[in-house]
Design a binder for this molecule. Sequence first.
Ligand code: UTP
Length: 287
Amino acid sequence: MKKVRKAVFPVAGLGTRFLPATKAIPKEMLPVVDKPIVHYAFEEALAAGIEQFIFVTGRNKNAIEDHFDHAYELQHKLSGKEKIKELALTRDWLPSAGSVSFTRQQDSLGLGHAVWCARHLVGDEPFAVILPDDMVLADQPCVKQMVEAYKGGNMAAVMDVPRDKTKSYGILDIAHSDGKMVTAKGLVEKPEPEKAPSTLSIIGRYILEPGIFSVLENQKKGNGGEIQLTDAMSSMIGKVPFYGYRFDGKRYDCGSREGYLEANIAFALDRDDMKKDVHKILKQFVG
Ligand code: UTP
């Protein structure tokens, strides 16, 4: 089996739930504590051994590209003032030349379409897909857990959600479970609670077979009039197995305002340099 070397980051969404913040700034550049959301996703991929980082961007997303480049004027000024620590924060983590690629999704036709836009950059090998606005706090990065467990087929990180929330997720129709791995016999995108085949839901982490691209090419619009990745993975079941992977960790939905706020608190509490102060602040609010 080929090694998972490439990761696709679909970042072309409009981020309408964060307007007006996302009028001029991509949602993925909003900070969680002091790092943009997209930076966490990059670090997670790196920790999983990913070598090629492929961003599917859209209009008004140039700031993402700039983030992964030098900022010479700023670096020059920081160097002149001998602000060594700050200088390091602008450049010491930069990916090696040629390991980051950007392609554009000209129209927001859905997540499935965004992934399809990366087909020439991915080629004929299994690849990871990371939705940066789903953040996972875990001892072992989520994608690393998945790469280590991957045994071919299509795979997504999964977690149980309350039944009244199934309408926000892709849901598994479970065939059988084996420890953390769940084999699905079907997938349903955003079902009403009474129609959901289970409460096991897909979060924004996948490892996919390259065969998904030819399926996406012919994929009809689904829920919300968008080309859905879930529909494509679902239609492959029978020919290609689909596995849900029950990851260790806690997921934060930074695509929603409440989830974003929660992530800021959780990630700050996870940091030794902030934990104490944040506890104090929280106490002022909750007594
Ligand atoms: P979301 O459902 O969160 O949509 O997309 P969104 O447009 O980003 O945000 P709202 O709902 O308008 O607030 C899930 C992921 O799929 C990407 C998004 O960038 C996000 O990472 N996506 C979605 C695309 O890249 N292209 C699309 O056409 C749709």
